[in-house]
Design a protein around this ligand. Structure first.
Ligand code: ATP
Length: 225
């Protein structure tokens, strides 16, 4: 995100891509305006939160009119740096890593996995989903001068910290960590942790122990906190 958004609270910033995806769909279906109620139903964020979030974007909805879709679209595009490509690497071409290489976030036209790394000689030297897989030994050398800021980690948990330390020394700014390991990094590095096994277990737990009403409340909390 660019500097203009520096003062947007983090909880609001996290919702930006969600809003952007919905507004983009609205715009391609030819809609010119949208009310906070419609937005709220679509993205499952309560309308008071939407109004507060949008006030940070300088988008002040008008009563009876709502928000101008084109204004929002150009704001999100600019703010999320949609015109600049963020290059990504992936480390660990196992089952999950391979799936990501094939998927390659094609719908996000501003991010692209440029290269992947693994230690398995059977994988090194191959191309998966058009992404070349290099030996982890070459990590520093391959990153040199490439201006790559983000790494996706899909290695076994036991290797995660060591690889992260190398990424930090190679000027990576953010890590999307799919391993169960809790990583230690300096303050200027951002880690987003997605532990799929924990998420699945917590979903199953919620289904078993909470009523429909509790679930609605918790969904609201998760997007508004
Ligand atoms: P697979 O079935 O291919 O083994 P998996 O997802 O079940 O996949 P994991 O043991 O989680 O297997 O390993 C994921 C990938 O990470 C594998 O391709 C493995 O070769 C690779 N890997 C293991 N250790 C490292 C490491 N230190 N650096 C980079 N890649 C590694």
């Amino acid at each position: 995100m660019n500097q203009e958004t520096a003062k947007i609270p983090q909880a609001t910033a996290k919702r930006l891509p969600l809003y952007y995806r919905f507004i983009k769909n609205l715009s391609s279906s030819g809609k010119q305006r949208v009310s906070s109620k419609e937005l709220s139903e679509a993205v499952k964020v309560d309308s008071a939160t939407i109004r507060r979030d949008f006030s940070y974007f300088g988008a002040l909805g008008k009563k009876g009119y709502g928000y101008n879709v084109n204004y929002l679209l150009s704001f999100f595009r600019k703010t999320l740096d949609q015109d600049a490509l963020t290059k990504v690497i992936l480390i660990g071409v196992g089952n999950l890593g391979t799936a990501f290489l094939h998927y390659n976030f094609i719908k996000n036209n501003n991010t692209k996995i440029e290269m992947a790394f693994d230690v398995d000689p059977g994988k090194v030297g191959t191309d998966i989903g058009d992404v070349p897989v290099y030996s982890l030994d070459e990590l520093e050398e391959r990153l040199e001068g490439e201006n790559i800021e983000v790494a996706i980690l899909t290695v076994p948990a036991t290797s995660a910290q060591n690889i992260t330390d190398r990424l930090v020394s190679s000027d990576i700014k953010g890590v999307l960590n799919f391993t169960p390991a809790r990583l230690s990094v300096p303050n200027h590095i951002r880690i987003h942790h997605i532990d799929l096994a924990v998420e699945l277990q917590s979903l199953v737990y919620f289904l078993k122990h909470y009523t429909e009403e509790d679930t609605e409340m918790s969904q609201d909390e998760s997007v508004t906190e």
